[in-house]
Design a protein around this ligand. Structure first.
Ligand code: CTP
Ligand code: CA
Length: 215
């Protein structure tokens, strides 16, 4: 199978990819999560492996099976994902945060909340993984995604700057849970590239074409 993919241009590079949603429990039977299939991150992991990279994929719960050849780590909460990412961060060349990370978590109730009891949730913020990586980065090339429903470019640019990223993939959320994605790449020098509607596998393949020029 590997010989079918002649382009091994990521050989020697270690990449860390996150995918899927994180989940935050409310009580033993309920949780809060984000809408995310995991397909974009899994496609990035699969294509990076095909091109010769050593790949670690850290994913929240999805219905997808781990791509062949990839070091796969399954996590649930934002805190779990942060800890797994920090363990791998020092030794990788690239991090692509494609995960839909929960921004807040509810106060956990150890027993099932009965509907007669309580109809409000108190939320607290979870850590921002990319912001932490942006502060700690040395040689690593940092790539984020921005999911927006409005003001795609300005919102994505703000995230690129505030998280100290090298590249952000601005994602029109009409692509959610679909097999296609419409995106704009924004680089830290302000240059940007609009891509036509394409499959997540094609997006992944082309994203590695761009990232590799910075390694
Ligand atoms: N991200 C992260 N840790 C979080 C939240 C988000 O690392 N706690 C990452 C995502 O994986 C993504 C990027 O930050 O690569 C932007 O995520 P997004 O949800 O679009 O932006 P936020 O900074 O969370 O802002 P908001 O949701 O308010 O738009
Ligand atoms: Ca968010």
């Amino acid at each position: 199978i590997e010989s079918l993919f002649s382009k091994k241009d990521l050989t020697g590079y270690k990449v860390l990819i996150t995918a899927g949603p994180t989940q935050e429990a409310i009580d033993p039977i309920r949780f809060l999560t984000n809408r995310s299939s995991g397909r974009m991150g899994f496609a990035l992991a699969k294509t990076a492996y095909q091109r010769g990279a050593m790949v670690t994929l850290i994913s929240g719960p999805t219905s997808l099976k781990p791509p062949y050849g990839v070091n796969f780590l399954s996590v649930t909460t934002t805190q779990d994902m942060l800890e797994a990412v920090l363990r791998h961060f020092p030794s990788v060349d690239v991090v692509v945060m494609a995960a839909a990370v929960m921004d807040f978590k509810p106060l956990y109730y150890p027993h099932k909340i009965k509907k007669r009891e309580k109809l409000s949730l108190s939320l607290e913020k979870t850590p921002d993984i990319l912001t932490i990586l942006g502060k700690e980065k040395k040689h690593q090339y940092l790539v984020g995604f921005a999911a927006e429903t409005q003001n795609l470019l300005p919102e994505a640019m703000k995230k690129l700057k505030s998280k100290n990223l090298d590249l952000i993939v601005a994602n029109d959320v009409s692509g959610f849970e679909a097999t296609t994605n419409k995106i704009v790449l924004i680089y830290k020098n302000g240059a940007y590239e609009k891509w036509p509607l394409m499959s997540k596998e094609d997006v992944a393949w082309r994203l590695w074409d761009r990232i590799k020029t910075f390694l």
